[in-house]
Design a protein around this ligand. Structure first.
Ligand SMILES: CC(C)(COP(=O)(O)OP(=O)(O)OC[C@H]1O[C@@H](n2cnc3c(N)ncnc32)[C@H](O)[C@@H]1O)[C@@H](O)C(=O)NCCC(=O)NCCS
Ligand SMILES: Nc1ncnc2c1ncn2[C@@H]1O[C@H](COP(=O)(O)OP(=O)(O)OP(=O)(O)O)[C@@H](O)[C@H]1O
Length: 396
C-alpha cells in the first residue's frame, strides 16, 4: 500500500488536489473531516472539548460551535495546543483504522493540513505540499466566505511554505487556473505515484538508469537525503548507529549521477536482515552486496554490505548498510569529507569521472572503470589527507 501525505497552508488548494487524486483512483482520508467526526455530538471527543473549554463552545442543539471555538484557539497558541491534544490523537487513531481497512493495492492519500507541524512526514512514502501565493490564497478564502482577518490568523498559526517544503518530496504549485492544477496532478500521478505504488506492490526498488548520465550539482540533493534518512530512522530507531549522506551528491558543486547514496552504519549486518520486513513496508528493498577490496584489506568478507534501494521513481537512492568495523564504512565517510574539504581533490575526481564516463557505455562499465582510480589515487590520497588533518571516523 502506498501511503501519501498531502499538505498545504489554508486556501492553497489541498482539498482540490485531494479531489483530483480521488478521481484518479486514490483513497482519500481527510484529516479536517475526521477532526469533525471525532467531536460530533455525543462523542467522548466532544465531552473532552467541553470539559476543557466549557459549555459555551456548544450550540443550543448541543453540537460544537466551531466559529466560537475558532475565535478562542486562533487567538491563543496555548488554547490551540490544548484543543489539538484532544483532537489529534483521535484523528490519528481513526485514520489508522481507515487505512487498515483498505486493500494492499490501495493508494492512500491523507490530507493533513498540519503535516509539518506534527512531525508525521517520515511515516509516509511520499509527501506532497500544495503551494500558492499568499494573496491568491487570501482571495480564494474570501471567495469561500472566510473573513480576511480570520484567514490571516490561521495562516499565522501554521507552518510557513518553507517549513512545509522542508518535509515534502514534491511541491505542487497552484498559481494558475484549476485546469493547470489538474494537469499537474495528473502528471504527478502518472509519472510518480502510480509507478511508486506498483513498485511497492511487487517489492521493487526503483533502479538507476543503466545509461550513464551526469547532472549538475542539485541543491535539492541534501533534502532528498534528509527525507530518506528520516524514513530509515523511523524504521530502525537506534539500531541505525549513524545515517550519513555519502557519495558525490553529498559534496556541493560536484556533478553526479542523480542517485542519492546513503550509508547506514550498523553494529552488524544481521541487524539489517532483521529489519528487512519493516524496511520493505517503508519502501526499501535490497540484498547482499560487496565493495571492492583494497590492497590493505584484501579479504572480501570485510567488504560485505547490504545494498538497498527505494521504490520512489522520483528519488532514486542507494542505501549502503555497512558494519561499523568494515573498512568501507570508514572510507565512505573519509572520501566524502576529503572531497568536501579539498578543492583540488574535488577537481581531480570530477575530471577523472569525466574521462572515465566518456569511455564507458553503461553505469556498470563506469563503476568498474572507477575502481583503479580509487586504488591508485582516491584511497591513498584520502588516507594521506586523513593522517595530515587528524581525521578519524566518527564513532556515533
Ligand atoms: C477550531 C476549529 C473547531 C474551527 O473549525 P472550522 O470549521 O472553522 O475549520 P476546519 O476544521 O474546517 O479547518 C479549516 C482549516 O483551518 C486550518 N486549521 C484548523 N485547525 C488548525 C490548527 N489547529 N492550526 C492551524 N490551522 C488549523 C486548516 O488549514 C484547516 O484546513 C477546528 O479547526 C479544529 O477543531 N481545529 C483543531 C484540530 C486541528 O488541528 N485540525 C487540523 C487538522 S487535524
Ligand atoms: N487554481 C485555482 N484556481 C481557482 N480557484 C482555485 C484554485 N485552486 C483552488 N481554488 C479554490 O480556492 C478555494 C480553496 O481551495 P481548497 O479548498 O482546495 O484549499 P485548501 O488548501 O484545501 O484549504 P483548507 O485548508 O481550508 O482545506 C476553493 O474554493 C477552491 O475551489
Amino acid at each position: 500500500m502506498l501511503k501519501v501525505a498531502l499538505t498545504g497552508g489554508i486556501g492553497a488548494g489541498k482539498s482540490t488536489v485531494a479531489q483530483k487524486l480521488s478521481q484518479l483512483g486514490a483513497s482519500v482520508i481527510d484529516a479536517d473531516a475526521l477532526s469533525r467526526e471525532v467531536v460530533a455530538p455525543e462523542t467522548e471527543g466532544l465531552a473532552a472539548v467541553v470539559s476543557r473549554f466549557g459549555p459555551e463552545v456548544l450550540t443550543s442543539e448541543g453540537a460544537l460551535d466551531r466559529a466560537k471555538l475558532a475565535s478562542i484557539v486562533f487567538d491563543s497558541a496555548p488554547a490551540r495546543a490544548e484543543l489539538e491534544a484532544i483532537v489529534h490523537p483521535r484523528v490519528r487513531a481513526r485514520a489508522r483504522e481507515l487505512t487498515d481497512s483498505l486493500p494492499d493495492d490501495a493508494i492512500v492519500v491523507q490530507d493533513i493540513p498540519l503535516l509539518a507541524e506534527t512531525g508525521q512526514a517520515p511515516g509516509f512514502h511520499l509527501n506532497i505540499a500544495v503551494e500558492a501565493p499568499r494573496e491568491l490564497r487570501l482571495e480564494r478564502l474570501a471567495a469561500r466566505g472566510l473573513d480576511r482577518a480570520d484567514a490571516l490568523r490561521r495562516i499565522d498559526a501554521q507552518a510557513s511554505d518553507a517549513e512545509r517544503r522542508e518535509v515534502c518530496d514534491v511541491v505542487l504549485y497552484n498559481d494558475h487556473d484549476l485546469h493547470e492544477l489538474e494537469r499537474r496532478v495528473a502528471l504527478l500521478w502518472d509519472e510518480r505515484i502510480k509507478p511508486f505504488a506498483e513498485n511497492l506492490l511487487h517489492g521493487h526498488a526503483e533502479r538507476r538508469p543503466e545509461k550513464l548520465q551526469f547532472v549538475e550539482s542539485d541543491p535539492l540533493w541534501p533534502r532528498r537525503f534528509e527525507h530518506l534518512a528520516a524514513r530509515l530512522r523511523r524504521v530502525m530507531g537506534p539500531s541505525a548507529v549513524r545515517i550519513d549522506h555519502v557519495g558525490s551528491t553529498a559534496v556541493a558543486n560536484l556533478p553526479a549521477k542523480d542517485v542519492i547514496d546513503i550509508q547506514v552504519t550498523v553494529v552488524s549486518l544481521h541487524v539489517v536482515d532483521a529489519f528487512a520486513d519493516p524496511l520493505g513496508e517503508a519502501g526499501f528493498y535490497g540484498g547482499v552486496g560487496f565493495d571492492s577490496p583494497k590492497p590493505e584489506h584484501p579479504d572480501i568478507a570485510q567488504w560485505e554490505k547490504r545494498l538497498y534501494g527505494y521504490a520512489d521513481p522520483g528519488n532514486i537512492a542507494h542505501i549502503h548498510f555497512r558494519s561499523i568495523d568494515a573498512p568501507g564504512q570508514r572510507f565512505a565517510l573519509l572520501f566524502r569529507d576529503w572531497l568536501r574539504a579539498d578543492a583540488q581533490a574535488r577537481a581531480d575526481y570530477a575530471q577523472a569521472k569525466g574521462v572515465l564516463a566518456a569511455k564507458a557505455d553503461s553505469v556498470t562499465d563506469y563503476a568498474e572503470a572507477k575502481e583503479p582510480w580509487f586504488d591508485r589515487e582516491g584511497w591513498p590520497r584520502a588516507n594521506r589527507w586523513a593522517a595530515e588533518h587528524g581525521w578519524h571516523a566518527p564513532l556515533c
